[in-house]
Ligand binder design. Structure first.
Ligand code: ATP
Length: 231
């Protein structure tokens, strides 16, 4: 589905990614984990074309997307749930959902299916997004990304700053999406909550992957978590 190889990128003179590489197999949930500032968000922004790759390659479904513009990459089928729930505050819930929507196939996401997944959004469909709680805004951000009918859904710190019960809701939603066959790349810090969902973790350190393995392998290796994750 997604294959990132030897990615180099940065900002001005400061290089952040040094040979970043990993794969997201179709229908799987893949994670990037690691301490702050190691390059996870930069990786996502480079995949989306918002940061230019200076070297390496990004392939989506076997085709290179490395040199494409962000809007073209989004149309090719990558949906992002960004850090900090950036919904449009002065649009209603429904306006937020349809603003960037793209039709899917016969079994694609429609407004009605999003409302089935998140009944709370249906109840609040006419309400301005600014008046939603943090958790509801996050659900809106997930719904909006799904309505672009992405082949790959990327979540960057989607549960950050949310109450535990809301976080549990988000993880439950992601489990449902996985059951439906959605390919997912997730950046998050909650290893315990990720364990039942993630197929393969990737530890990012100084702009590259230094370890990859299953949640069970990670849990069995305390030294690894201590060294690279500071837990
Ligand atoms: N727009 C930018 N301009 C300059 N430097 C940046 C920019 N964005 C990020 N950086 C720097 O790039 C490095 C990697 O940041 P990045 O956000 O990719 O890390 P991260 O692993 O996602 O961590 P976090 O969880 O803190 O977001 C950091 O040193 C950061 O200061």
């Amino acid at each position: 589905m997604l294959k990132v190889t030897g990615l180099e990128a940065g900002y001005g003179v400061s290089q952040v990614l040094f040979g970043m590489g990993f794969e997201v197999p179709r229908g799987s949930v893949t994670s990037l984990i690691g301490r702050n500032g190691m390059g996870k968000t930069t990786t996502i922004h480079t995949i989306l074309g918002m940061v230019r790759a200076r070297g390496g390659d990004i392939q989506l479904e076997g085709e290179s997307i490395t040199a494409l513009q962000p809007n073209t990459i989004a149309r090719r089928g990558i949906g992002l749930v960004p850090e900090g729930r950036r919904v449009f505050p002065s649009l209603t819930v429904e306006e937020n959902l349809v603003a960037t929507s793209r039709p899917g196939g016969a079994d694609g996401w429609s407004l009605e299916r999003i409302y089935d997944l998140f009944p709370r959004l249906k109840e609040r469909r006419g309400q301005f997004a600014a008046t939603l709680s943090g958790g509801e805004q996050q659900m809106l951000a997930v719904g909006r990304a799904l309505l672009t009918n992405p082949a790959l859904l990327i979540l960057d710190e989607a549960t950050e700053g949310l109450a535990p019960v809301i976080r549990a809701d988000i993880w439950a939603t992601l489990r449902r999406l996985k059951e439906l066959g959605q390919s997912i790349l997730v950046v998050d810090k909650n290893l315990k909550e990720m364990a039942p969902l993630v197929d393969r973790h990737h530890i990012v350190e100084k702009g590259r992957v230094v370890w990859q393995g299953s949640p069970q392998e990670l849990a069995a290796n305390e030294d690894l978590a201590h060294r690279y994750l500071g837990v």
